[in-house]
Design a protein around this ligand. Structure first.
Ligand code: IPE
Ligand code: IPE
Ligand code: MG
Length: 247
């Protein structure tokens, strides 16, 4: 596929939504939508790696998603295991390093083990970071960061008064990662759903009606091209914006 991107997001984040509706429209159980959704995940990871995107963050399971029916949660957990098992080798071979944000400690212990093994096996890889948001909530991440910061400040005997954005960011789960340049949300919903609240202060957003299982490499390319046409101003006027914060 001829892509011809004039600008690539360094960090792409995706809210992969619409699996349930994809299944519903076909009178299939919701879990079938999640299964198809996992195929879309594989497609998107491969395309991002091929095009040279450095960080891909996927919203795979929110803290709020625990409230779904148990069968659905169990099916999502099984699919996560399948994904990790089937992709581990490919991640190793393709220089992809796995990372997790959220509360992986909420996941069943066998999944925590597989996650830890995969993170360890891919930790030296430097081509791309695949960052999975699991049991993730932006507000909870901010609270956890703040608690950790306070604990540190107390231990070091530092007055918490001079906290900067930079220091605070280093307590977030995304420490060391650039902020997302582009967020894609599929399925027509136009909301953030508690994703990367702090980090998305200046992220460009691309909404599409496409349901996640139908999301293709072509549409991903379309979203990236759209991003390439945007002017990011970060609060400044166009003439100034040309030289600030862009990659
Ligand atoms: C996204 O699809 C997958 C997860 C939230 C885990 P949904 O399951 O939310 O699909 P819809 O929104 O019900 O169609
Ligand atoms: C957001 O989708 C979470 C994930 C994609 C994992 P939801 O389907 O859970 O979000 P809402 O409930 O429509 O806001
Ligand atoms: Mg949804």
């Amino acid at each position: 596929m001829e892509t011809g991107f004039n600008k690539l997001p360094r960090h792409l984040a995706i809210i992969m939504d619409g699996n349930g509706r994809w299944a519903q429209r076909r009178s299939l159980p919701r879990v079938e939508g999640h299964r198809k959704g996992a195929e879309a995940v594989r497609r998107v990871v491969r395309a991002c790696r091929k095009w040279g995107i450095k960080v891909l963050t996927l919203y795979a399971f929110s803290l709020e998603n625990w409230q779904r029916p148990k069968e659905e949660v169990d099916a999502l957990m099984d699919l996560l295991v399948e994904f990790l098992q089937s992709e581990k080798q490919e991640m190793v071979e393709n220089g992809i390093s796995l990372r997790v944000i959220g509360r992986p400690e909420d996941l069943p212990s066998h999944i925590q083990r597989i996650l830890a093994e995969t993170i360890e096996a891919t930790s030296q890889n430097g081509k791309m970071i695949l960052n999975l948001a699991l049991s993730y909530s932006g507000r909870s991440e901010i609270l956890r960061a703040f608690e950790r910061y306070l604990k540190d400040a107390r231990q070091k005997g530092v007055e918490p008064g001079g906290l900067t954005e930079e220091v605070f960011s280093s307590y977030l789960d995304t420490d060391g990662l650039p902020e997302p340049d582009l967020l894609i949300r599929t399925s027509g919903e136009q909301r953030i759903s508690n994703f990367l609240l702090w980090q998305m202060a200046y992220t460009e957003i691309y909404f599409t009606e496409t349901l996640w299982p139908d999301f293709t490499e072509e549409e991903l390319a379309e979203a990236i091209k759209d991003y390439g046409r945007r002017e990011r101003r970060f609060g400044r006027i166009p003439r100034q914006a040309a030289s600030c914060g862009e990659v």
